[in-house]
Design a protein around this ligand. Structure first.
Ligand code: SF4
Length: 443
């Protein structure tokens, strides 16, 4: 039987794409294997959002040349954001690669495997992961129309395209039959979902329809854009019982001039107002953000505005990245990368240290509260899951058959990155059957 291995780097969208690519290969009769070097079909799903990720893909790709020489029948495919509309340069640099596929473009590899296996893929059914975990991703939009100055995504994933509500709901139902309890609706900017669809439904309409799928217990969405998060969406998240109170709202910078240079389209004051409206509707909401330090022209004083914003908003989680110029983007073409690597690192560290203190404070405040946790899996002997506000949870003890269960946990202890608690009750099983130690790790 033909074996395959899909190697993935990058964002959740890439993870979702890899799951669907794997599903297509499964349907063609191939089987997944752990060892990349031993696979008959090797797929690298790439990311070029930062130089570090691109370097890893390039290193992997180069190392596959020898494998192809050993066995010319082996199929090597490159997919994802490294593949733009013009692949001539990639073909010249990596002649051992058999096919190049843009994000979500599975056809070229499917055709190669069909020819090799003498089979034909039934394309009448939606591609869903063959063996999904309890919590899984569903892409609801592809591409992005925003063209932020630093971002390569619109050039690689194209303009924004939304999937119809009925298709997303059907996929949820199919996943529910495979044991999925929680879905994360994915897009580069989910808040502009539906603008391109007939009747222009929005994310609130989609959440409403998703909330009605019986076997799905929780719904998340990722990522939001401050300019498109309407009051209707906020109210839907607050009102719909399965939609978790968690919003990833990238701010990117706290200084108005830097925000304008980034072409983000909002000011810090507008961001504060939006965070305030979200918290007014959902006082316990988990808020996370993305920040880039060292954007071209960002002075030390302007960076202090970002520090001030982080202190004032008090996020649950901050993803900090050091600016990395991406060829083809507006900032690469027009703005010199003038903040030194040392200064970028210093700014990164300042935010990291500040967020560690804030996370500890938030975790301490959780002690004595009760959190609903969906148990997702087991690592070594410990089970793990997440709160509705997206904190990762580890459970001490080896109790069995807990995948996909919702449990209420009383938090008893906090450290910087985790809290611990005991199970008070189990939603699915009713009465308390035993007491467990829980670690909640800020993700
Ligand atoms: S909203 Fe901006 S940062 Fe996000 S994917 Fe679109 S262009 Fe990139």
């Amino acid at each position: 039987m033909t074996s395959y291995h899909v190697w993935t780097i990058g964002c959740q969208m890439n993870v979702a794409d890899s799951e669907r690519m794997s599903a297509a290969l499964d349907r063609l009769g191939c089987s997944p294997i752990e060892e990349l070097e031993a696979a008959d079909v090797i797929v690298l799903n790439s990311c070029v959002v930062r130089q570090g990720a691109e370097d890893k893909v390039t290193g992997r790709l180069s190392s596959l040349a020898g494998l192809k020489r050993q066995n010319p029948d082996r199929i090597i495919a490159l997919m994802g954001c490294m593949v733009g509309p013009d692949t001539r340069d990639l073909k010249r640099r990596f002649p051992h690669v058999d096919c190049f596929m843009r994000p979500q473009e599975f056809g070229p590899l499917v055709r190669l495997v069909e020819a090799r296996e003498g089979v034909c893929l039934d394309t009448s059914e939606i591609l869903v992961p063959s063996h999904p975990s309890v919590t899984t991703y569903i892409p609801i939009t592809h591409g992005c129309d925003k063209f932020c100055a630093f971002c390569i995504i619109p050039y690689r994933r194209g303009r924004e395209v939304s999937r119809p509500i009925e298709e997303v709901v059907k996929e949820m139902e199919m996943l529910a039959k495979r044991g999925v309890k929680e879905v994360t609706l994915l897009g580069q900017n989910v808040d502009s979902y539906g603008d391109d669809l007939p009747g222009a439904p929005d994310l609130a309409d989609l959440l409403e329809a998703a909330n009605a799928v019986p076997a799905i217990k929780r719904i998340r969405f990722l990522t939001s854009h401050p300019n498109d998060m309407s009051q209707k969406i906020i109210d839907a998240v607050a009102r719909l019982e399965k939609v978790c109170e968690f919003v990833n709202l990238p701010v990117q910078a706290g200084d108005n001039t830097v925000l304008a240079n980034m072409r983000r389209g909002y000011t810090r004051e507008q961001y504060f107002a939006l965070a305030g409206r979200i918290r007014a509707a959902m006082p316990k909401v988990g808020l996370s953000t993305d920040i880039i330090v060292g954007f071209p022209g960002e002075s030390a004083e302007q960076f202090e505005q970002t520090v001030d914003l982080v202190r004032r908003v008090r996020f649950d989680k901050v993803h900090v990245a050091q600016y990395s110029a991406r060829p083809g983007t507006i900032s690469h073409r027009k703005m010199p990368d003038d903040v030194t690597p040392e200064e970028k690192k210093r700014r990164y560290q300042v935010l990291d240290d500040l967020q560690a203190k804030i996370s500890y404070q938030i975790n301490k405040e959780m002690v004595g509260t009760t959190e609903e946790i969906l148990i997702e899996g087991q690592k070594d002997v410990r089970w793990h899951g997440r709160t509705r506000t997206n904190r990762l949870v580890y459970i001490e003890g080896g109790a069995e058959h807990r995948h996909g269960e919702l449990v209420d946990v009383e938090i008893t202890k906090a450290t910087t990155w985790s809290v611990e608690g005991t199970v008070k009750s189990e939603h699915n099983l009713g009465a308390v059957t035993q007491r467990l130690q829980i670690s909640v790790v800020a993700n």
